[in-house]
Design a protein around this ligand. Sequence first.
Ligand code: MF3
Ligand code: CO
Length: 248
Amino acid sequence: MINIKSPREVELISKSCRIVAESLQYIERFVEQGITLKELERLLAEFIVKKDAIPAFKGYRGYPAAVCISLNDEVVHGIPDERVLKEGDIVSIDIGVKKDGYFGDGAKTYGVGKISAEAERLMKVTESALYKGIDKACDGNRLYDISSTIQQSVESAGFSVVRELTGHGIGQKLHEEPIIPNFGMPGVGPRLKSGMVLAIEPMVNAGKYDVVTLSNGWTVKTKDGSISAHFEHTLVVGKDVAEILTVC
Ligand code: MF3
Ligand code: CO
């Protein structure tokens, strides 16, 4: 069952989403060589709490940090530690916020100083695949119209979409139905309806799509050591267009 949110619920979700977007905007100025991943986490946790909200990932299924920070060949669920950013790194920051009982979820990959042309292209392709997917999130389309559009736009650029991790519905829970793969066949899956709230999040590897999970139980890395990017928005399905909620 994919539940349809009332306008009041969408309003509450959008409040959490706005804080996610503000957090992603706020942290950008600190994503510079010399800062540690832990320091980025601390700044974000402080920012979110000041907004009277809760960093939603902390303690979720035992996840140990306030936000996920994934460096270079880490795909998602990286645990912030004492590693220091250096020029040329790419760093994906994934933020979940809970406020008044409703969740918002969003992510963005940042470059540190001057990055390689490949890293630049990977980030552009991933973000643009997200927006092309969002374009399909309207009334009457099928769920995998989103998935197939993302896959096509990524693969036509010569990159690959991670298969083992997906986007998801969101609301009073961080993860609700439906599961939203970033690959699939158009014209398949449940019909989308206005008021469904979705978190769409392509994870794109420069090399092959295979991933491995580290022994810490969380950090997902590319198997071939290639770099990976991740962009995510929470949105509400609309009649003709989706409304992106993770904006500020
Ligand atoms: N945005 C990710 C997701 O939706 C991160 C959540 S994982 C967590 O799965 F455990 F850290 F919360
Ligand atoms: Co998510």
